[in-house]
Each structure stands twice: as C-alpha cells, then as structure tokens.
Design a protein around this ligand. Structure first.
Ligand code: ATR
Length: 284
C-alpha cells in the first residue's frame, strides 16, 4: 500500500509501456515487504533534465533501458568495475549526492545459470548474436568465470568488434568470432549455447538462429527472448532432450540484482523471490 513513507524507484527509457519490469519489481517489493513503488517513464530525449531533476527528489535508484544505457554514463560519478569495462549501465543509485552506475543485465543471465547449478568453469560457450545483450552476457560471464567464449553473428564484423573489446578487457581469456553462416556444428564442443538474436521474438516467432544438431547431449540451450516464453529455438532444443533455460529468468534476476544494489542487502533466498514472481507473471 502506498503511504507517506513510500519511496520511488523506476525505469527510464523509450517506449517502456510494454515492459514487464514494473510487475517484476513491485512483486519482489511485495514479497520482501519493502515500502517502495516502481514505475516506468519514457523520457523522450530529456535524459539531462530528468537525471538532474531526480537528484533532488529523494529517489533511491533507477533502471536505465534502451536507448540510454551508454548516454547515462555522462551523468554518473562512480561506475563499478563491470559497468566501467562494458561502458553500459542499466542501474543507477542516488547515494549521498552522488550517482553510482552498475550493470546487472549479464549478471542476471549468469544468475539464471547458477540457479540451475550449471557449472561454467572452463566450459565452451557459444553466443549467437553480437548486439547489446550479447555484450552484456559475454562481459558478465568473463567477469565471473573462466570459460571460453565464441561469438557468432550474421554480421561477423560486429562479432569481431565485440571479441576485440573482450580480449582487451580480459587478457588471460580466450574469445573467438565467426559469421553465423560459417558455424560448423559437427561434433560440436559447446557446453552452453545462448541465443541473443531477436530471432524467435515477434515478428520472427517462426525463426530460429541455428539448427539443433551435432551438439553433445549435455549441452544447455538458453534464450534471452522471453516473449514468447518458449521460443522455437528452445522448443527444438527441448525436443532433442537438451536442458533449456528460459529468457524470463535473466529478466527477473537482473531486476532482483538491481534491488540488492539500491537497498544494499542480499535477498535471503533470491530463488524463492524469483519463483514468487514467476508464479504470478503472465507468460505467453
Ligand atoms: P539487443 O540489444 O537485444 O542485443 P541488437 O543490439 O539490435 O539487440 O542486436 C540484435 C542481434 O540480433 C544482432 O546480433 C543481430 O545481428 P546483426 O548484427 O547481423 O544485425 C541479430 N539479428 C537480428 N535479426 C537477425 C536475423 N534476421 N538473422 C540473424 N541475426 C539477426
């Protein structure tokens, strides 16, 4: 219930009307009985006025989404290590007059694997796509674990640029790139395959980035697309008896990790909170 003690947190971006973030955050707040309300705002090229104004409104923090994840850095006093490497911020915290920046997107994905007890140490990971989401995931996985990451993309130059950036930030780790069309999956070495392309999402629901063929039976398939809940990519992997991880888990975990930053605490049982949100979230 909103009362005189309720404080505001929220999301700023463009075209945020259809986002599930307010539902996810408010449900989590309800589960742990925190007196905050989370709202989404479209700021229409007024990032400057919005951030400078919010500083004076006793707001705890915000999530930042497309297209402001890079631009917002210009307003931040302190970036944490990962967001500084990535040069992308999805969470800011107003802290004693300072603005601090973080990125929980890729860490949310990392949590969704940890949640399923998936071991990432020295594993071979294949990322399909080289956009913003691939970048977040590749940086977070490299930050957290010692795994080998290959990135393939329709436009191989974008995969190359991402790999060069990763190599310069993680000098002791191995990264390779290729065009998705050159991918040879015969007797594939991969332990985890992650779709970060928009194939599978409206209006491409009937498309999938690769055929699920030639993989080890233990290979895990993950999608970051969460609408539809079960993409064609995941359906095909499931048909071949592979373990699958739904995109919604990453979305929920990046939100919960942002709350941990704002409230400076750790959920006692983060999985339980995730399950509580999932139970009431409309998945389709
Ligand atoms: P996001 O922030 O969600 O990662 P993005 O930065 O626009 O979004 O990236 C979308 C990804 O989906 C890119 O890797 C893109 O490939 P290109 O870089 O070659 O464009 C990929 N993608 C989109 N449509 C695709 C299609 N029809 N076939 C293959 N890949 C596609």
């Amino acid at each position: 219930m909103i009362d005189d003690k309720t404080r505001l947190i929220g999301l700023i971006g463009e075209d945020t009307r259809k986002t599930s973030s307010p539902f996810i955050h408010n449900k989590a707040l309800e589960i742990v009985a925190k007196n905050y309300a989370y709202l989404a705002f479209d700021v229409k090229d007024n990032l400057d006025k919005v951030i400078n104004g919010l500083k004076y409104m006793n707001i705890k923090g915000l999530n930042i989404t497309i297209p402001y994840k890079e631009e917002v850095i210009g307003y931040i006093d302190e970036l944490d290590e990962l967001s500084n490497m990535m040069k992308s911020v999805n969470t800011i915290k107003f802290d004693n007059g300072k603005i601090k920046g973080f990125n929980t997107d890729g860490l949310g994905f990392y949590m969704s694997l940890k949640d399923e007890d998936i071991d990432l140490k020295n594993k071979n990971i294949l990322i399909l796509g080289a956009g913003g989401a691939a970048r977040g995931i590749a940086f977070a996985l490299s930050f957290k674990e010692n795994s080998n990451i290959d990135i393939v993309n329709r436009n191989y130059k974008k995969a190359q640029a991402l790999v060069l950036d990763l190599r310069s930030n993680f000098k002791d780790k191995e990264f390779k790139f290729n065009a998705i069309s050159n991918l040879n999956l015969k007797n594939s070495k991969y332990d985890i395959v992650i779709n970060t392309t928009s194939l599978g999402m409206y209006p491409n629901e009937n498309k999938t980035p690769i055929l699920i063929d030639g993989f080890k039976s233990t290979c895990v398939f993950c999608d970051i697309v969460y609408k539809p809940h079960e993409t064609l990519f995941l359906k095909e992997a499931k048909k071949k008896n592979h373990k699958i991880i739904y995109g919604i888990n990453m979305l929920i975990y990046q939100a919960l990790l942002a709350q941990e930053i704002w409230f400076d605490y750790k959920f006692e049982d983060i999985n339980l909170v995730k399950e509580g949100i999932l139970k009431d979230l409309k998945l389709n």
